[in-house]
Each structure stands twice: as structure tokens, then as C-alpha cells.
Write a protein that binds this ligand. Structure first.
Ligand code: GZL
Length: 341
């Protein structure tokens, strides 16, 4: 018997290493178990790990569901392979957290032709026919970006230059606000909309300038690498607009190594997205100026949509999760300590 369990343990370890997760042992499911196949982007960020936890914990231990998750390691082709496996397995519903918006028409059509419902979570897919999926639940990324630029407008409103030799003369020309932009995975909805919000704001403020747009792929390592290279040649930046916390952490390390100060009393104001516990702590400590929240904990909302679908109720095509933005003034140590992700 012991050997059986060691084999079972090996199988689950291998499945785990292969990025596959099942909420129940690999045994034939009862007829009435509702089997869900979930293709997750990867494990590139703290946000993603929290989202995976929310999704798996929501279905874990519910005998009515079997939940199979496959990690795509941020590669869309891995998602296509997972989805096609789910179709062959004859799952009852597929959930996709798409890496990028483009390229989904063929595989969504295959799922549709197999008569399997699909829910898109987190980011979106760029298909004209919304009948190809039941619902899209995730953040309003444009509104997140607008929260960030509205905060920056308040910080920079009416800044003017004063001639040191003649303090009384205040030059009416506004100070140029130099913004370094760290972008997430190009083509992901979170990157597209957070970038759009900044670029539109720069368009409407003649004294705002994007000094460079660096590709950080939502990871700490890539952000550290590109920031380190950039800072070798350029150190004249006033704002870092970073499209997720993990890239911000990499950038902070590069700024430290370059001897450039940031945060409340520093040279560089830092704006970051996700508002994970670690970022909020930095914000409370005056190291990050603005944390724009992106809530990953919507597993229960996804399950609610599925239950409504199974009960024959109509479900909304687009569902946004509630989110906010925080500066140090909005935070207490108690709030940060209680942060679930
Ligand atoms: C946002 C999500 C983004 C997060 C990043 O909903 O798609 O992907 O902001 C994550 O942390 O990598």
C-alpha cells in the first residue's frame, strides 16, 4: 500500500512540476461532477500567484467540481495546447486567463464548436464575436491608469521654474515632468490600457515627457535588467510609471545601485500597479508614492458566475472587480498586515 501512495505522490509531483493542478485525485469522475479546465497565464508575479490561490481555493474541496489548472508559463502557445487538451478531455467549462489579447479566434471557435462554455478572466481577448465566450471578469485597467495619472496631475499641477538669481521672478514655463515608463507583457490588456492612460495624459500635458518605454514583461528580473542598462546612460527622471509591483521591485533595486533616491523624499516619484502587500509596505514606509490596486481575489466571483450559468440564469458579459489606489496617507500598519496578498 505504501508503494501505491509513493507512486501516487510521484505522479502528483510530476503533474505539479508540469504546471498541472487537479483539486481531486486522478480517478474517474462521477457523472455529475462539473469538470473545469483552467489555463492560467503563469506565475510571473505576486499578483498572479495570489490569483491562482484564489481560483484553486475557491474550487478546492467542493465535491461538485473537479478543477484542473495548467500553467502556461506566459506562452500563448502553451495555452492553446492546454485548451485543446481540455476539449479532448470533454470538460464541462473552460476558463482562460489570456496572456495577450490577440490570436484567440481559432481556438475559441474550436471550443465553441465543441459546445463547451468559456469564461475569460483577468485580461481580455480581442475577438469581435462576444458569443465565443460566456463572460469576461477582471479589472478595469483603463480606470486604473486614469487613477494614476490623475494623482500625478495633482502632484505636478502648476509647477513653475524660479530663477535662482532672482527668486521673485517665477518663470511661467511649467517644469518638464520626465516620466520613465516600465511596460508589462506587450499585448496584455493590463499593459495596453495602463499604457494608453499614460500616453493620453502625456498628450494633454505639454510639460509631461516620457523619457523611455522599457519592456519589463511584468517580472522583477526583466525590470531590474532593463532599468540597470537604462540608468547607465540616463538618470534624469522625475517619475517611474511601472505597470506592476514586481517590475517596481526590480526597478527599486536598480535605482538603489545607481544611487538614485525615490519615494516621499526622493528624486523619483514611483507609481506602481497591483498594490500587493509588499508594495503597500513600501508605500507606508515612503518608498513608493502611489499603489494602484488590481484585485486578484475574484475566484469566488468566477464560481458565482458558473453557478448562475449552471442554473440557467443569464450572466453579464463583462464583470469588473472593485479596486482603489493608495498613498501613504491612506495606509496604516494594521491595514497592510491584514492584506491577504
Ligand atoms: C492584471 C494582471 C497583471 C498584473 C501583473 O490583472 O493581468 O498581470 O498587473 C500580472 O502583476 O503579471
Amino acid at each position: 500500500m505504501k508503494r501505491f501512495f509513493s507512486i501516487l505522490l510521484t505522479i502528483s509531483l510530476v503533474l505539479g512540476l508540469a504546471g498541472c493542478y487537479r483539486t481531486q485525485p486522478t480517478e474517474p469522475t462521477e457523472d455529475d461532477t462539473f469538470v473545469i479546465g483552467f489555463s492560467q497565464v503563469g506565475s510571473e508575479s505576486d499578483w498572479r500567484i495570489a490569483n491562482t490561490k484564489s481560483m484553486t481555493e475557491t474550487f478546492d474541496g467542493d465535491p461538485d467540481y473537479e478543477f484542473i489548472m495548467e500553467n502556461a508559463r506566459q506562452k500563448q502557445e502553451n495555452q492553446f495546447a492546454s485548451v485543446r487538451r481540455f476539449i479532448l478531455d470533454g470538460v464541462d467549462l473552460i476558463i482562460i486567463a489570456p496572456t495577450v489579447e490577440d490570436g484567440w479566434l481559432t481556438v475559441l471557435t474550436e471550443i465553441h464548436d465543441a459546445n463547451i462554455p468559456v469564461i475569460i478572466i483577468d485580461r481580455s481577448v480581442a475577438v469581435w464575436d462576444e458569443n465565443l465566450y460566456l463572460a469576461n471578469i477582471g479589472s478595469d485597467f483603463m480606470s486604473q491608469g486614469q487613477l494614476a495619472v490623475q494623482w500625478l496631475e495633482k502632484q505636478t499641477f502648476g509647477e513653475t521654474e524660479t530663477d535662482e538669481t532672482d527668486p521673485a521672478s517665477t518663470d511661467s514655463a511649467e517644469t518638464t515632468v520626465k516620466i520613465l515608463h516600465l511596460q508589462g507583457t506587450i499585448g496584455a490588456t493590463a499593459q495596453i490600457k495602463r499604457t494608453q492612460a499614460l500616453e493620453e495624459a502625456v498628450e494633454s500635458h505639454e510639460n509631461w515627457e516620457i523619457t523611455s518605454q522599457l519592456y519589463g514583461d511584468f517580472t522583477e528580473a526583466k525590470a531590474y535588467e532593463v532599468m540597470t542598462e537604462y540608468l547607465k546612460e540616463n538618470t534624469d527622471i522625475d517619475v517611474l510609471y511601472s505597470e506592476n509591483d514586481n517590475m517596481t521591485f526590480g526597478a527599486m533595486r536598480a535605482l538603489d545601485e545607481a544611487g538614485i533616491t525615490y519615494g516621499k523624499d526622493g528624486q523619483v516619484k514611483i507609481i506602481t500597479f497591483d498594490a500587493t502587500k509588499e508594495a503597500l509596505q513600501y508605500c507606508l514606509d515612503g518608498k513608493i508614492d502611489l499603489c494602484v490596486e488590481c484585485n486578484p481575489m475574484f475566484g469566488p466571483q468566477v464560481k458565482e458566475l458558473i453557478e448562475k450559468y449552471r442554473n440557467g440564469e443569464t450572466i453579464p458579459k463583462h464583470v469588473h472587480v472593485d479596486e482603489s489606489a493608495y498613498t501613504a496617507d491612506d495606509l496604516t500598519q494594521e491595514f497592510v498586515d491584514a492584506r491577504p496578498y
